[in-house]
Design a protein around this ligand. Structure first.
Ligand code: ZN
Length: 60
């Protein structure tokens, strides 16, 4: 049996889920991994609108 490990979704996981998807704000954009104001983010490569950004609350 595989053991499922529950864990908090990391910033990378949330961003990766959107990377490669279509931009919601323009027709031709594709979301790419980038940073926005120092946070991990998925940003449109066309209009540069961040679809999601993740604040790194775990950083001590
Ligand atoms: Zn776009």
């Amino acid at each position: 049996m595989e053991q499922l490990v529950e864990s908090e979704p990391s910033a990378g996981t949330v961003v990766d889920a959107l990377v490669g998807g279509n931009c919601s704000y323009c027709e031709d954009g594709t979301l790419v991994r980038d940073s926005y104001k120092g946070n991990a983010a998925a940003v449109c490569d066309c209009c540069e609108t961040p679809a999601v950004q993740v604040w790194d609350d775990d950083r001590a």
